[in-house]
Design a protein around this ligand. Structure first.
Ligand SMILES: NC(=O)c1ccc[n+]([C@@H]2O[C@H](COP(=O)([O-])OP(=O)(O)OC[C@H]3O[C@@H](n4cnc5c(N)ncnc54)[C@H](OP(=O)(O)O)[C@@H]3O)[C@@H](O)[C@H]2O)c1
Length: 325
């Protein structure tokens, strides 16, 4: 058996998701948060006071600290910059979704990870949840046949108008924030998209406020919506030749699912998650590190390519361009 090594973490970006990350980290044995850096010193101080990490006054100080891995929890506009810097400094990286603003940025990051023989994984949480794993395991024993259609969506209301989701400069918008989970579903169940159709509303700040997109894959089709304009926290529906699955809302933090077989059988799955749910992806990442692996077999580099490649096409049709594109 491989001895379990303590995984020493640093974090870049001390905002909302970093709190949930810490909740998850506390539930994973043999891990500790060593150092933190964020843009505003007050964010770093309050994070480090709360979690006992070493506050860093700049990026170089964080990169020089004695850590194995860095969790990148800033906004998408800076993910590739910090991931590249971390990899060049010899640190493994778990980067929040979307890992980059477009496929071209992602290719640069993946090249850097490969060159440095380091682990890089996009923090795409749904497949690590107990429900999702249970569902996949159940389907290997009692399959629903080849998947031919998938439908999912999420639209939320009441987001503060100052939230970074409304900032074009920070690569916000609902496609990037929420649509990335839908791109994951499409890639995970149907593989590469061979055709994409999309429409969306661009708001005053320049980002998309509501979008719909549909995709064609060799095995079938998918349809999605994403936005901030209507309240539509939906289920995910996954249809095969011999049955369909409903992953109940919120399917991106999955808790329960129903499988309806064409012979009339119904299978209900319910798998509660603990510690906010990021603990499962953190545990997976630490296990990969301990095994000396540089890529996750679950959120592989290729699935990250498929996700952002699909969103590139959706954004192009909706008319959403970021700085430098
Ligand atoms: N996996 C999930 O369930 C989940 C859920 C929500 C969000 N996310 C993802 O997590 C990321 C962060 O979202 P959030 O909701 O945590 O946003 P947030 O609350 O705005 O936090 C981001 C933090 O990063 C820091 N930051 C931003 N730009 C920076 C830069 N250029 N350099 C250094 N620090 C910078 C800011 O810290 P200062 O205070 O120092 O300015 C800010 O507090 C996004 O990519 C989002 O898509 C994931």
């Amino acid at each position: 058996m491989i001895p379990i090594k303590n995984v020493r973490w640093g974090i870049i970006g001390c905002g909302a998701i970093s709190e949930r990350f810490m909740q998850g980290l506390a539930a994973v044995p043999n891990t500790e948060m060593i150092s933190a850096w964020s843009r505003r010193p007050e964010s770093v101080t309050s994070f480090c006071d709360k979690y006992g990490a070493q506050p860093c006054s700049n990026l170089d100080e964080l990169l020089a600290s004695d850590i194995d891995a860095i969790y990148i929890a800033t906004l998408p506009d800076s993910h590739s910059l910090y991931t590249t810097a971390a990899l060049r400094a010899g640190k493994n990286v778990l980067c929040e979704k979307p890992a980059c603003i477009n496929l071209s940025e992602l290719e640069t990051v993946l090249h850097e990870a490969k060159n440095n023989k380091l682990l890089f994984m996009e923090a795409m949480k749904p497949p690590f949840f107990p429900l999702y794993r249970k569902l996949k395991a159940h389907l290997t024993k009692d399959p629903i046949g080849e998947i031919g259609y998938l439908r999912a969506g999420s639209s939320i209301v009441g987001v503060d108008s100052n939230h970074p989701s409304f900032s074009l400069e920070l690569a916000g918008g609902s496609i990037m924030g929420i649509g990335i989970y839908e791109a994951f579903l499409a890639a995970d169940w149907l593989g590469d998209a061979v055709a994409v159709q999309a429409m969306g509303n661009i708001g005053d700040t320049g980002v998309d406020l509501f979008s719909i997109f549909q995709t064609q894959h060799n095995p079938g089709f998918a349809q999605f919506y994403t936005g901030f304009e209507v309240y539509g926290k939906g289920d995910a529906l996954i249809c095969g030749k011999h049955g369909h699955i409903t992953i109940h809302q919120n399917w991106w933090n999955p808790l329960s699912a129903t499988i309806a077989y064409s012979d009339g059988r119904l299978v209900e799955l319910h798998e509660p998650f603990s510690a906010g749910g990021l603990n499962y992806e953190i545990a997976h990442f630490c296990e990969l590190l301990n095994n000396g692996q540089t890529e996750s077999p679950v959120i592989s580099h290729d699935i990250s390519r498929k996700m952002i490649g699909l969103l590139d096409k959706v954004r192009a049709q909706v008319g959403l361009k970021f700085k430098g594109e």
